[in-house]
Design a protein around this ligand. Structure first.
Ligand SMILES: Cc1ncc(COP(=O)(O)O)c(C=O)c1O
Length: 427
C-alpha cells in the first residue's frame, strides 16, 4: 500500500471512510482487552507452581549456613540464595545483598536512604537545595515515579539504539554536582527493548561525575529474559568495568526474580561495591531483622542453579515469543511502509515500543480504549507523564492470550491509522 504521507486528499478520505466503518464494526463487539501492564500470563505463573511443593512440613528447612530458615537470622540472605542471585547478577558473592520480594522496593529504599542519610557519608540529598536525576527516555514509569515522589528534578536524556545519549550524560554529570543519579534498564529496556552497547557500558564505567555521591541506578530487570535461544543480547558487566576503571562505587545494580518465578513473591537483590553494600546494611539493620528466608530456600531448591534458571526462562520464552511475534506481524502487515509509525523488534524483555506521528499517541490510546482495548497511558514512559512529542506508546503483549492479542493488535493498528489520517487531513 502507498504511504499515507504520499496519498492525495481524496485517497486519504477514502481510506478514512473504509477504516471508520471497520472500526465501528469492531467497537460493536464490546471487547475488553488489556495490553497495558507487563504482567506474566497465567501459563507463565504455572511454570513455577512446583516451587510451592519443594517445601512441605516434612522438609529440612536448615540452610547451608546451618541456620533454621523458619527463624530469625542472616540479614544478607542465605548463602545458597546469595550464590544464585550473584550468578544471576554476574558478580562475586561478596558483592550481593539479598532483600525482600521486590527490586522496585530496593530502588525506592536506596533513594529514600540517600535523601535522609546521604550516600556513603555525604550530605543527605534531602538537605540540598536541588537534586536532579537523568532519565533516559522513553523509560520505566515507576522509576520516574520514585524520583518524582521525592521531589527530585528529572532531566530527559534520549535513549538511542545503543543506550542513553552518552555525550549528553557525560557532559551533564561532569558539569553539575546536583545531578545525583541516572535510571538505566541496560538490557531489553522497558519499553524499547534495546540493550546497551559495550561502548555505552564502558563510558558509564569511566564517568567522571562532579558529584561524589552520584550513582548509576542499573536496573537489570530483564537480564535473563531472552525471547530467542540463538539470538540473545549480551552486555558487559558494569560493576567489573567500574572496578577496572577505579570507579567501583559508581553503580548500584538491582535485580529480582519477579519475572522468573512469581511477581510480588520473588527475591530481590542489590549488587554493588563493598562500601556501597556496607552503607545499605547500616540502614537495613534498623529496617528488618531479616528478609523471607523460606522464600529464598524455596527458590534455590526449585531452580538449583543458573542452569536451572536458564532452562526455566526458555519455558517463559516459549510462551512469550509467539505473543510478541503475533503483535509484530500485525504491525508489519498493517503499518509497514505507511510512514505513520515506527517500532523496534525486541529480542527479550516484556515490551514493544511504538512511536506514532507527533501529537498522536494520546489520541491513539483513547481511540483503542473506545473499542475496548486498554493500552499503557500515553506519556507514561516519560518523567512527569509528559512525552514532549506525544508519540511513544508502550505495548505489553505478555498477559493476553494469543487470540486476544491478535484482536487487540487489530484494534491498535486501526486506531493508529485513523488518528494518523485525521492528523494528515488536518494539515
Ligand atoms: C525495568 C523494571 N524494573 C523493575 C520492575 C519491577 O520489579 P520488581 O517486581 O522486582 O519490583 C519492572 C516491572 O515491570 C520493570 O519493568
Amino acid at each position: 500500500m502507498k504511504a499515507y504521507t504520499e496519498m492525495t486528499r481524496e485517497e486519504l478520505l477514502q481510506e478514512q471512510a473504509a477504516l471508520q466503518a471497520k472500526f465501528e464494526e469492531i467497537k460493536g463487539k464490546g471487547l475488553k482487552l488489556d495490553m497495558s501492564r507487563g504482567k506474566p500470563s497465567n501459563a507463565q505463573l504455572e511454570l513455577s507452581n512446583g516451587m510451592m511443593d519443594v517445601l512441605t512440613s516434612e522438609s529440612d528447612m536448615v540452610c547451608e549456613a546451618g541456620v533454621d530458615c523458619r527463624n530469625y537470622g542472616i540479614m544478607d540472605g542465605i548463602p545458597e540464595a546469595r550464590r544464585l542471585l550473584a550468578d544471576m547478577s554476574e558478580v562475586p558473592e561478596k558483592n550481593i545483598l539479598i532483600y525482600g520480594n521486590s527490586s522496585l522496593n530496593v530502588m525506592y529504599d536506596t533513594v529514600a536512604r540517600a535523601m535522609t542519610m546521604g550516600v556513603c557519608g555525604h550530605t543527605p540529598w534531602g538537605k540540598l537545595d536541588k537534586v536532579k536525576f537523568l532519565c533516559p527516555v522513553p523509560g520505566y514509569d515507576r522509576h520516574f515515579g520514585i524520583t518524582e515522589f521525592f521531589g527530585i528534578e528529572m532531566i530527559n536524556v534520549p535513549l538511542l539504539e545503543t543506550g542513553p545519549d552518552m555525550d549528553m550524560v557525560e557532559k551533564l554529570v561532569s558539569e553539575d554536582d546536583s545531578i545525583k543519579g541516572i535510571w538505566c534498564v541496560p538490557k531489553y529496556s522497558n519499553p524499547t527493548g534495546i540493550s546497551y552497547s559495550d561502548e555505552t557500558v564502558l563510558r558509564f564505567a569511566h564517568l567522571k561525575p562532579a558529584a561524589p555521591d552520584f550513582r548509576i541506578f542499573w536496573d537489570n530487570a530483564y537480564s535473563i529474559h531472552h525471547l530467542y535461544d540463538d539470538d540473545q543480547d549480551v552486555i558487559l558487566e558494569l560493576l567489573t568495568e567500574c572496578e577496572k576503571a577505579g570507579n567501583e562505587d559508581l553503580v548500584y545494580k538491582f535485580i529480582s526474580t519477579s519475572k522468573v518465578s512469581f511477581p510480588g513473591s520473588g527475591i530481590a537483590a542489590m549488587a554493588a561495591s563493598e562500601a556501597n553494600l556496607a552503607d545499605a546494611r547500616k540502614a537495613m539493620f534498623y529496617q528488618t531483622i531479616g528478609h523471607d528466608k523460606l522464600n529464598q530456600l524455596r527458590h534455590v531448591r526449585f531452580f538449583r542453579d543458573m542452569d536451572g534458571m536458564r532452562e526455566h526462562m526458555r519455558k517463559h520464552a516459549d510462551i512469550l515469543r509467539p505473543k510478541f511475534e503475533a503483535v509484530l506481524d500485525v504491525l508489519d502487515q498493517e503499518l509497514g511502509g505507511l510512514g505513520i509509525g515506527s517500532w523496534v523488534k525486541p529480542k527479550g524483555g516484556y515490551f514493544i515500543s511504538f512511536d506514532s506521528l507527533e501529537g498522536c499517541a494520546k489520541k491513539i490510546v483513547a481511540k483503542a480504549k473506545e473499542a475496548g482495548v486498554t493500552m499503557t497511558g500515553a506519556g507514561a514512559t516519560f518523567p512527569y507523564g509528559k512525552d514532549p512529542k506525544d508519540s511513544n506508546i508502550r505495548i505489553a503483549p505478555s498477559f493476553p492470550t494469543p487470540e486476544e492479542l491478535a484482536l487487540a493488535a487489530e484494534v491498535f493498528v486501526l486506531s493508529v491509522k485513523l488518528v494518523s489520517l485525521e492528523k494528515l487531513l488536518a494539515q
